[in-house]
Design a binder for this molecule. Structure first.
Ligand code: PGA
Length: 266
């Protein structure tokens, strides 16, 4: 499958959320994905694990990436906006960098919903993650009751989330469009059609081009998340033109996650 216009690879990110429940299971799942994707060249595979499992995923279990970029990259699901200090319970971007993280998810809808994250705190976290040399994946998306005016919601999340970031910083950013109503665990969810995903894709691209110019916008991958599985993955890439996928539930099943990646790799 072709890479996107700026020749960035398709990005497929596993969001393990608060799973699995032991280091042994995390290791098994990680090794299974490694085995299943060892010949993958055209897709960038990232696993975003709970903080405590991140230390497992270092060499020798996770050898350095091959020349062609093959291998599994690791990421976190959140970070704090300060690099160090007396912030009990928090994990800073610099700590994540030092345990081998390359990516970090910021502003996931579950963090917005259950942990009081706002566009302002998300903006602080993005800046801190970038300062530590991480590649942030900014999550945006409307709730069920906001569907009629979803464009306004997305514009606000983008404008406030990306406030004061410059073109150079934005070149390592990805944006995940995750309609909250399509997330598998959101309760009463329905599927997001490739047409709806494509209309969000166009709207986000247009926002980026207008604000930052075409060459910056082309470096930012827009990926889709919400009930992705091996049956619908290709539709979001081919029909909705998405430049990657953020996969929750299906990423906990080695065969299913591997199938998503190998389907897109073809
Ligand atoms: P899902 O989760 O694939 O289980 O819908 C996606 C997400 O919340 O990132």
């Amino acid at each position: 499958m072709p890479k996107n216009k700026s020749m960035l690879k398709i990005l497929i990110v596993a969001n393990w959320k608060m799973n699995p429940k032991s280091p042994i299971e995390a290791k098994r799942l990680f090794e299974g994905v490694q085995r299943g994707t060892k010949n993958v060249k055209n897709v960038e595979v990232v696993i975003c694990a709970p903080f405590v499992h991140l230390c497992l995923m270092q060499p020798p279990l996770n050898p350095p990436l091959t020349k062609g970029g093959g291998g599994v990259r690791i990421g976190a699901q959140d970070c704090f906006w300060e690099q160090k200090g007396a912030f009990t319970g928090e994990v800073s971007p610099i700590i994540l960098k030092n345990v081998g993280c390359e990516y970090v998810i910021i502003g996931h809808s579950e963090r917005r919903q259950y942990f009081g994250e706002t566009n302002e705190t998300i903006n602080l976290k993005l800046k801190a993650a970038l300062a530590a040399g991480l590649k942030p994946i900014l999550c945006i998306g409307e709730k069920e009751e906001e569907r009629e005016y979803f464009k306004d919601i997305l514009v606000r999340q983008l404008a406030m989330g990306l406030r004061d970031l410059n073109a150079r910083q934005l070149s390592v950013l990805s944006i995940a469009y995750e309609p909250v109503w399509a997330i598998s665990t959101s309760g009463g969810h329905h599927d997001c059609s490739p047409e709806d995903a494509f209309s969000a894709y166009l709207m986000i691209k247009k926002f980026l081009i207008t604000k930052y110019g075409k060459s910056v916008a082309e470096r930012i991958r827009i990926i889709y998340g919400g009930s992705v599985d091996s049956k619908n993955a290709a539709f979001y890439i081919k029909e909705a033109k998405m430049e990657g996928l953020l996969v929750g539930g299906a990423s906990l099943n080695i065969n299913e996650f591997t199938k998503i990646i190998t389907t897109i790799e073809k």
